[in-house]
Ligand binder design. Structure first.
Ligand SMILES: NC(=O)c1ccc[n+]([C@@H]2O[C@H](COP(=O)([O-])OP(=O)(O)OC[C@H]3O[C@@H](n4cnc5c(N)ncnc54)[C@H](OP(=O)(O)O)[C@@H]3O)[C@@H](O)[C@H]2O)c1
Length: 516
């Protein structure tokens, strides 16, 4: 059980049989849950007294019993009297909590009046599957739920935008100040941050599913992720929040990497996925110093240049920011680009054949550096290589974009067809910055094996799969190859150093990446 005052971890049980529910309850205990929610409305057949006796007798964890009707988002379709009776039985059998919907709470409270066991708590809940109301409406909802006789207030809303979450956070903080126990939840992927940050703001409990596919509501993380990726037991009011801003963002490995890195240096910080639609709105809503820094990915890297108060000169030239820091001294947002440092240092080390980072002259100086692609990564690579004294050639599917970028940095533009027969000199370096060859299209490659013979070094920004067809054929053609994974690790290490001012735990981060 968690410490007094900390947020409890609850696993919802949504199995179709009581036997499976009992097994899931034991699994929830083994997984580290503090309590379970028995969703009897999910059972395919339910005999209230017998089944509740079976489930509650000798249960390994405290239990909330919920019998959610269809009209409130549950599975039960019958009349309310049967539900009330089952919930009353649950209370009599010693369930620690029963959840009843606000719409019928008055009636249920009347039914159990004077019969509540001493340690029993009534949760009165309200669910909104469409949106998150205004702060005023949420405030009056709390008051109505309290007035009906709830021991614990439960409000569940849906995030249409990640900014909606801030209104629920305010409610939680307000209730915490008034010592009103409140379970808040914001459903949907845009509301995920609320579930993860519950302990920081003082929510009574947060839900974690037993496994993927066993969620009781959209956007619910697994209990294993809550405990092992987000280290939720360590989150307190003082925890600093970092995160990856993107759309989509669910696939990002950033949380696994950065949370483990924070933990390894003993930093009181958490790194969360932030599904953001409008970057400017997000940054103005989450302006507290506790939201200390962000990674930025597709499609927000360019907007981030405009949204920061200050931008590092190279990030400005590239036109893309992938790291934002809230400067502690004045709260200003400062933007950086660690993609280019990550990629360029990986290629430099690939050329040197060792990882000596401090040689005075870059091995890129004077080399012909061919970039395929003219998007965010293409720009970063082209600017980075130019900075190091390389001569730049840009080849892109849309020739116009290649020409624009080549003009900007002082290089030459080619079409992809022209690139096939382009070999003006030996010892050229090739960098693919398009998504060609990326999973699942692993048989695609941006340049023929024949053309690869002109290159001494080949880099691929694509890192799923780890070895792309381009890299495999380049190696077979005798080139030194540099993997996109190396760029990924190094840009993440750069971010960690900007976030924390500490050296990144390199071997730990490499270890984690190698296991992904
Ligand atoms: N390793 C890392 O750490 C890391 C970091 C950042 C990015 N990346 C990878 O780099 C790749 C590009 O990312 P980005 O942010 O630069 O994306 P982006 O801004 O959308 O640019 C995509 C580029 O790829 C070209 N392209 C896309 N599909 C193509 C196709 N089927 N055939 C030919 N060209 C194609 C585009 O050409 P047009 O101009 O003609 O559209 C454009 O030049 C992605 O695979 C991403 O995962 C890796």
């Amino acid at each position: 059980m968690a410490m007094e005052g900390s947020t409890l971890l609850c696993v919802p049980l949504v199995a179709k049989t009581v036997e499976q529910m009992a097994a899931d309850m034991a699994a929830a205990k083994a997984a580290g849950a503090d309590l379970v929610e028995i969703r009897v409305d999910h059972l395919s057949t339910f005999r209230p007294r017998e089944d509740l006796e079976f489930l509650l007798k000798g249960r390994p964890l405290p239990a909330i019993v919920t019998y959610r009707p269809k009209w409130e988002g549950g599975e039960y379709e019958g009349d309310d009297n049967r539900r009330f009776e089952a919930l009353r039985i649950a209370m009599d059998l010693g369930a620690e909590y029963v959840d009843i919907e606000l719409k019928v709470a008055e009636e249920f409270v009347r039914l159990i009046s004077g019969k509540k066991p001493e340690n029993f708590k009534l949760i009165v809940s309200s669910h909104n599957y469409q949106s998150t109301p205004s702060s005023e409406e949420l405030g009056s909802l709390v008051a109505r739920i309290q007035a009906v006789g709830a021991d614990i207030v439960k409000i569940v809303t849906t995030a249409v935008d990640i900014v909606d979450v801030t209104r629920m956070l305010q409610v939680i903080v307000h209730c915490q100040e008034k010592q009103v126990p409140v379970i808040g939840l914001v459903m949907g992927e845009r509301g995920m941050i609320f579930r993860l940050l519950c302990p920081k703001f003082g929510g009574y409990l947060t839900f974690g599913s037993l496994d993927v596919g066993k969620e009781s509501a959209p956007g619910q993380p697994t209990i294993s992720d809550l405990l092992n990726v987000y280290n939720i037991r360590k989150i307190t009011a003082d925890t600093k929040v970092y995160g990856i801003i993107g759309k989509p963002v669910g696939h990002s490995k950033g949380p696994i990497l950065h949370n483990a890195a924070f933990k390894s240096v003993g930093l009181n910080a958490v790194y969360v996925p932030l599904l953001v639609d409008d970057l400017a709105n997000f940054l103005s809503a989450y302006s507290s110093p506790d939201f200390a820094g962000f990674s930025c990915t597709i499609p927000h890297k360019e907007a981030a240049v405009r949204c920061c108060d200050e931008v590092d000169p190279i990030a400005k030239s590239i036109g893309a920011v992938n790291t934002i820091i809230r400067r502690p001294a004045d709260g200003k947002l400062v933007g950086y680009n660690t993609d280019y440092i990550g990629a360029i240092s990986a290629i430099e080390d690939g050329i040197r054949g060792s990882r000596a980072k401090d040689a005075a002259v870059s091995p890129l100086a004077g080399k012909l550096f061919v970039v395929i692609g003219a998007g965010g990564a293409g720009k970063a690579l082209a600017y980075g290589a130019k900075e190091k004294g390389a001569r730049i050639v840009i080849a892109n599917r849309t020739y116009e974009r290649a020409r624009e970028l080549a003009n900007l940095i002082g290089g030459r533009a080619l079409t992809l067809a022209e690139l096939e027969s382009f070999h003006p000199e030996e010892g050229m370096i090739l960098a693919n910055t398009t998504s060609i060859g990326m999973h699942p299209n692993v048989i695609d490659t941006p340049l023929s094996k024949q053309a690869l013979r002109s290159y001494a070094v080949v880099f691929d920004a694509v890192y799923t799969p780890k070895v792309t067809r381009l890299l495999r054929e380049a190696e077979e053609s005798g080139a030194a190859v540099v993997s996109g994974l190396e760029m990924f690790i190094r840009q993440a290490m750069g971010q960690f150093e900007l976030f924390t001012g500490l050296a990144a735990p390199e071997s730990l981060m490499r270890n984690i990446i190698s296991r992904l």
